[in-house]
Design a binder for this molecule. Structure first.
Ligand code: UDP
Length: 497
C-alpha cells in the first residue's frame, strides 16, 4: 500500500551555522521518516563552500534545495549595522520570493520549519494553512533565556546588566552576567528590539525543535515543559531532536590536511578554529600563535586575517575557499612562526572541512569559539575543548561545556579581553598532555556515547522526531498515515563538504 508523504519546507537564514543543521534536519526527515523536503536558503554570497554543501545535499530525490536570490544588504543598511539586524533584514527581504515559490509548488507543503531568524515567514505559513515550527539550532538553555527575557521587568534587567547579578531563569541554571548577551546592555537599541520581537514570534510556533538531547540538558528541558516554570513563557511544546550534526564515517584521504593528520600520533593534535565567520584582533592573533608555539604541542590552525573590534568579522565575507586560500598572505603571523613550527603545526588559510578533522584519530583537542554546531561536532567525536567564545550565545555555550567538565576556559579572556601566550600555552598543555585533559577526555567520551544513544533508533531524540513526524502526518492527513521507517539512503547521508 502506498503511503502519502507530507511535504515540509525548511527555511535557513544566512550563515553556515544555520544552514548546516537545517540541511541535516532535512536529510533526517527524508531518510528516517520519508518526508518530501524543500529547503530554501538565504545566503549572503555564492561562495564555493555553500554551493558545494547545497549541491551535495541536493542529490536525493526527496530533498530539494533552493537558493533564494541574494539580497544586497549594502543598499538597505549601513555597513556598520550589527549582525542580527543584517540577518533579520535579509530574511525580511526574502519573504516575497519564498511566498511566490510556495504558492507555485505542485505538492502543496503542509509544514514550515524556520530557524530562529525566520519567524516572520510564519505569516506565509498562516496564509497557506501550513503548520509552523521553529528549529532552535542552539541549546535548550538558550531557548529558555530567549523566551523568558521578555518577561523580565526593568528592575530585574537593571540588576542583571548594571549590578552584574545573575539572571534567574525558573527551573534552570541562572545566566551569569559574564556570559550574558551583549544585546541586553542597551535596551534602547534596534538590536534589542529585534531580539525581543524574535523571542515573541518564537512563542507563536506550533512547536519548537531544539538541537539538544534529553540527557544533555534534562533539567532545562524539564523546566521548559513545566507549567509552573517556563512553559507559560515558551508557550509551544519543545522537541529535543539532537544532536543534529554532520559526521564523517569515512574520513577523506588524499588532501594536504588529511595526509598531514595521517602522519601524526593518535590524539596528539589540537585543532584551532573559530567557526564560519569568527575573527580575532591582531594582538590576540599574535598571542595565540605564540601560545601554540610555546605549548610544544602539535596543532592544526584555520587562520583568517585579523580584524579589530569585530569578532564575527568574516560572517558576511565572500571568500572563496580555493582562491582565497592561495592569495591569503600570512604576514600577520609572528615573524618566523611558520618556520619554527614546521612539521609540528599546520596552518590552513580560511576554511577546512571540520567534521573530517574532528573525526580524525590524530585530533585530541579543539580550541573552539563554541558555536553550537562546532560544540556538537566536538562532542559527537569525543574531543575535549578549550572554550574561546566570541559573539552571540557562545559565552553561554562555553559556560555549559565548562560546567559539563569537557572544556577549559581562559580566565584572562573574560577579565581583560585578551588571553596571553602563557595562559594559552598552559591551557593547550593541560588539555593535550596532563591529567586534567585525560579526565575531560573520559567525560566527553561519555557524552559521545550518550549522543549516539539519543539519535539511534529507539533513542530519545529519534523517538521525539518520530513522534513529531507522526503528529504532523496526523494533522496533515487526518489519521495516522504510516509509521514506516524508510531505510537510510546510505549513499548520501554522509555527504560533507
Ligand atoms: N566549519 C567548517 N570549516 C571551517 C569552519 C567552520 O566546516 O573551517 C563549519 C563547522 O563544522 C560548523 C559550522 O561551520 O558546522 C560553524 O557553525 P558554528 O555553529 O560552530 O559557528 P558559526 O559559524 O555559526 O559561528
Amino acid at each position: 500500500m502506498e503511503t502519502r508523504k507530507p511535504h515540509a519546507v525548511l527555511l535557513a537564514s544566512p550563515g553556515l551555522g544555520h544552514l548546516i543543521p537545517i540541511i541535516e534536519l532535512g536529510k533526517r526527515l527524508v531518510t528516517h521518516h520519508g518526508f518530501i523536503v524543500t529547503v530554501f536558503v538565504v545566503t549572503v554570497d555564492t561562495c564555493a563552500r555553500t554551493q558545494l554543501l547545497m549541491k551535495s545535499s541536493n542529490s536525493a530525490g526527496l530533498l530539494s534545495i533552493f537558493h533564494i536570490p541574494s539580497v544586497h544588504i549594502s543598499t538597505l543598511l549601513p555597513t556598520t549595522s550589527d549582525i542580527v539586524t543584517k540577518i533579520k533584514v535579509m530574511m525580511q527581504e526574502s519573504l516575497p520570493y519564498l511566498r511566490s515559490a510556495i504558492s507555485e509548488m505542485k505538492t502543496a507543503p503542509a509544514i514550515l520549519v524556520v530557524d530562529l531568524f525566520g519567524t516572520k515567514a510564519f505569516l506565509i505559513a498562516e496564509e497557506f494553512n501550513m503548520l509552523k515550527y521553529v528549529f532552535d539550532t542552539s541549546t535548550a538553555w538558550f531557548l529558555a533565556v530567549t523566551t523568558y527575557a521578555p518577561a523580565l521587568d526593568s528592575k530585574a534587567f537593571d540588576e542583571h546588566v548594571n549590578e552584574e547579578k545573575p539572571m534567574s531563569i525558573p527551573g534552570c541554571r541562572p545566566l551569569p552576567f559574564k556570559d550574558t548577551f551583549e544585546i541586553f546592555f542597551n535596551r534602547s537599541t534596534p538590536e534589542y528590539e529585534q531580539f525581543m520581537a524574535m523571542a515573541a514570534e518564537i512563542t507563536t510556533a506550533d512547536g519548537i525543535l531544539v538541537n539538544t538531547w534529553e540527557d544533555l540538558e534534562s533539567t532545562t528541558l524539564k523546566a521548559l515543559r513545566d507549567k509552573k516554570l517556563l512553559r507559560p513563557f515558551v508557550r509551544a511544546p519543545v522537541y529535543p531532536i539532537g544532536p543534529v550534526a554532520r559526521s564523517v564515517r569515512f574520513p577523506a584521504t588524499g588532501d594536504l590536511v588529511s595526509d598531514w593528520l595521517d602522519r601524526q600520533p593518535n590524539k596528539s593534535v589540537i585543532y584551532v578554529s573559530f567557526g564560519s565567520g569568527g575573527t580575532l584582533p591582531c594582538k590576540q592573533m599574535t598571542e595565540l600563535a605564540w601560545g601554540l608555539e610555546l605549548s610544544h604541542q602539535r596543532f592544526l590552525w584555520v587562520v583568517r586575517p585579523p580584524m579589530e573590534n569585530d569578532p564575527s568579522g568574516c560572517f558576511f565575507t565572500n571568500f572563496n575557499d580555493n582562491e582565497g586560500g592561495h592569495y591569503l598572505h600570512l604576514d600577520f603571523l609572528p615573524v618566523g612562526f611558520l618556520t619554527r613550527t614546521k612539521g609540528r603545526g599546520l596552518v590552513v588559510p580560511l576554511w577546512t572541512s571540520q567534521p573530517e578533522i574532528l573525526g580524525h584519530p590524530s585530533v585530541g583537542g579543539f580550541l573552539s569559539h563554541c558555536g553550537w554546531n562546532s560544540s556538537l561536532e566536538s562532542l559527537v567525536n569525543g574531543v575535549p575543548m578549550i572554550a574561546w567564545p566570541l559573539f552571540a550565545e557562545q559565552k553561554m555555550n562555553a559556560a555549559m561545556l565548562t560546567e559539563l567538565g569537557v572544556a577549559v576556559r581562559s580566565k584572562e579572556l573574560a577579565a581583560s579581553g585578551v588571553a596571553s601566550r602563557e595562559e594559552i600555552g598552559t591551557m593547550v598543555r593541560e588539555l593535550m598532555e596532563e591529567n586534567e585533559g585525560e579526565t575531560m577526555r573520559k567525560r566527553v567520551e561519555k557524552l559521545k556515547r550518550s549522543a549516539e544513544e539519543a539519535v539511534r533508533e529507539g533513542g530519545s531524540s529519534y523517538n521525539t522526531l518520530s513522534q513529531l513526524t507522526a503528529e504532523w502526518e496526523k494533522k496533515v492527513f487526518g489519521t495516522l498515515n504510516h509509521l514506516t521507517i524508510v531505510p537510510l539512503l546510505e549513499n548520501w547521508i554522509n555527504h560533507t563538504f
